[in-house]
Design a protein around this ligand. Structure first.
Ligand code: BV8
Ligand code: ZN
Length: 255
C-alpha cells in the first residue's frame, strides 16, 4: 500500500465508507458506465435512467431494470463487500453510504446501509408512490434488451416503476442528510469504486476533507493524492480491501 500508513485505519474513530458500482464489479454487476454493454449499448444510461424515458417507453425502461435486477439476484457479494462488513466489526464506528441500487452490501452482512440512489428491490407506483409487492415485479428470466410492460398499481392502476432515484430526481431526504452528517463527523473516508461524476453524491469526499477527515480512494484508476490527507490505493477493491483487513490484523497482533 504505497504511502498509506495503516495507522490511519487502525486509529480511526469513525470510518465513512462511500461506495459506487466498482465495489460490485467482481460480483459480475457491470458498472454503471458499462451497464450498457450488449444490446443496451445503443442507449446512454443517463438517458434511460430518467422519468422522461419511463414516460416515453415504460416497457423498455422497466425491462432494463428487470434485467439488472435479475442480474443482482443471481449475483453474490464479493470479497470487497465482505471486507467492508468485516471492517465494521474492527473499528469503533463505521457508516456505509452507497450509490449502488443492488443489495450486495446487505447480503454481505453490512447493517444500516444508506442508499443515496434507492434500490432495485423497492418497486413503487409512478403515480401514487405506493410500494408494490406483486410477484409480477419479481424478475423471472429476463432476456437482455427485452421490453416488459410494468405491472399496475393495485390502488390507482398507475404504472409500477423501479425504486431508484433517476437523473433529475431529488435524493431521498433522510439518506442524504445522514450521509452528509457522516461526512462531517468521520475522521477517515474510504471512497470505493466510484468515478465521482454524479452529483450531489460526489460532494461527500469534499465535505469530509473540509471537516478534517483523511480520504483514501480505492479504485482501479489511481486518483490524485497528496499522501498527507488524501491517499489512493489503485487496484481491484476485491483484492485491496481484504488485504487491508489482513494487514490490520497483523498490525494488531503486533510483533
Ligand atoms: C439531482 C440510480 C436535483 C439509477 C443513479 C442536467 C439535468 C438534470 C440533472 C443534472 C444535469 N447535470 C447534472 C445534473 C445532476 C445529475 C448528475 O449528477 N448528472 C451527472 C451525469 C453529471 N444528478 C442528478 O440528477 C441527481 N439529482 O441532481 O436532483 C433535484 C433537486 C431537487 C428536486 C429535484 C431535482 C440524481 C442522480 C442519481 C442518478 N441515479 N442511479 C440507476 O442505477 O439506474 S446514478 C448511477 O450512476 C449510480 O447510482 C451511480 O451513482 C452513478 C454511477 O457512478 P459510479 O457508481 O461511480 O459508477 P461508474 O461506472 O461511473 O464508475 C465505476 C468506478 O469504479 C470507476 O471509477 C472504476 O474505475 C471503478 N471500478 C471498476 N471496477 C472496480 C473499480 N474500482 C475498484 N475495484 C474494481 N473492481
Ligand atoms: Zn398507485
Amino acid at each position: 500500500m504505497t504511502g498509506f500508513d495503516l495507522r490511519i485505519l487502525r486509529d480511526a474513530r469513525h470510518v465513512l465508507v462511500f461506495t459506487g458500482a466498482g465495489v460490485s464489479a467482481r460480483s459480475g454487476i457491470p458498472t454503471f458506465r458499462d451497464a450498457l454493454g450488449g444490446l443496451w449499448s445503443r442507449y446512454d444510461p443517463a438517458s434511460l435512467a430518467t422519468a422522461d424515458a419511463f414516460r416515453q417507453d415504460p416497457a423498455l425502461v422497466w425491462g432494463w431494470y428487470q434485467w439488472r435486477r435479475a442480474q443482482v439476484l443471481a449475483a453474490r457479494p464479493n470479497p470487497a463487500h465482505l471486507a467492508i462488513a468485516e471492517l465494521a466489526r474492527r473499528v469503533p464506528r463505521l457508516t456505509l453510504v452507497t450509490q449502488n441500487v443492488d443489495d450486495l452490501h446487505e447480503r454481505a452482512g453490512s447493517q444500516e446501509v444508506i442508499h443515496l440512489h434507492g434500490s432495485l428491490h423497492a418497486p413503487r407506483c409512478f403515480a401514487c408512490a405506493r410500494a408494490y409487492a406483486g410477484s409480477d415485479a419479481e424478475p423471472a428470466r429476463v432476456e437482455e434488451g427485452e421490453r416488459i410492460e410494468p405491472p399496475r398499481c393495485l390502488r390507482c392502476n398507475g404504472r409500477i416503476r423501479p425504486g431508484v432515484v433517476w437523473f433529475g430526481e431529488a435524493l431521498p431526504e433522510r439518506p442524504w442528510r445522514e450521509a452528509l452528517a457522516a461526512a462531517r463527523a468521520c475522521d477517515l473516508l474510504l471512497v470505493v469504486g466510484t468515478s465521482g461524476l454524479v452529483m450531489p453524491a460526489a460532494q461527500l469526499p469534499q465535505v469530509a476533507r473540509q471537516n478534517g477527515a483523511k480520504v483514501v480512494h480505492v479504485n482501479l484508476d489511481a486518483e490524485p493524492a497528496d499522501g498527507a490527507t488524501t491517499f489512493t490505493l489503485a487496484g481491484d477493491a476485491a483484492e485491496i480491501l481484504p488485504r487491508l483487513l489482513l494487514q490490520m490484523a497483523d498490525d494488531q497482533a503486533g510483533p
